[in-house]
Design a protein around this ligand. Structure first.
Ligand SMILES: [Zn+2]
Ligand SMILES: [Zn+2]
Length: 168
């Protein structure tokens, strides 16, 4: 049976042996939008199989797509693979109804977006004094000391302590 390239199907048409749903959907179609942190590099690919079960329909498979994410330390963008594997949705009381997976897929992939991300484990981040990317060059600024009285510097200093601890 030819796979269906959509995220919805009629429960009534579901063959006993199941129905393959394979295709792509844009993040925008899932009502997910680019922001300061994320850029979409590919549509979201879905490879799913819907099967009739005793109580409704069971959908299993996987989702994947590539996005660009800004590094938390050096602010350079890098590529991140978003993956949800396995996907598993169960729908009850679907007799005659159209089953639309869009909302479930949206929720799943939303959770796959990393809340924190660094371009590499040893990313050295930005110099808190001059702002240059310390992965690319050594700026020659003196090693930062906690600077009493300036709140911004304190924030950066605390962040840097975290980074140092992380690396050790
Ligand atoms: Zn980085
Ligand atoms: Zn510097």
């Amino acid at each position: 049976m030819t796979p269906v390239a959509a995220l919805c199907f009629k429960a009534l048409d579901l063959p006993v042996e199941g129905l393959d749903l394979c295709g792509e959907v844009t993040f925008e179609a899932l009502d997910l939008h680019e922001d300061a942190l994320f850029t979409f590099l590919s549509p979201l690919r879905f490879t799913l199989r819907a099967e009739p079960v005793q109580e409704g329909v069971l959908v299993r498979g996987r989702l994947e797509g590539e996005v660009q994410r800004v590094c938390d330390r050096c602010l350079e963008p890098g590529k991140v693979l978003l993956e949800v594997d396995p996907v598993c949705y169960h729908y009850e009381e679907v007799a005659g109804a159209e089953v639309d997976l869009t909302e479930a897929v949206r929720e799943d992939i939303l959770l796959a977006f990393p809340q924190t991300w660094v371009c590499r484990a040893d990313c050295r981040g930005l110099c808190p004094r001059c702002g240059s990317n310390r992965n690319e060059s050594t700026c020659g600024c003196p090693a930062e000391e906690p600077d009493e009285g300036d709140e911004d510097d304190d924030t950066w200093g605390a962040l840097d302590d975290l980074v140092v601890r992380d690396d050790s």
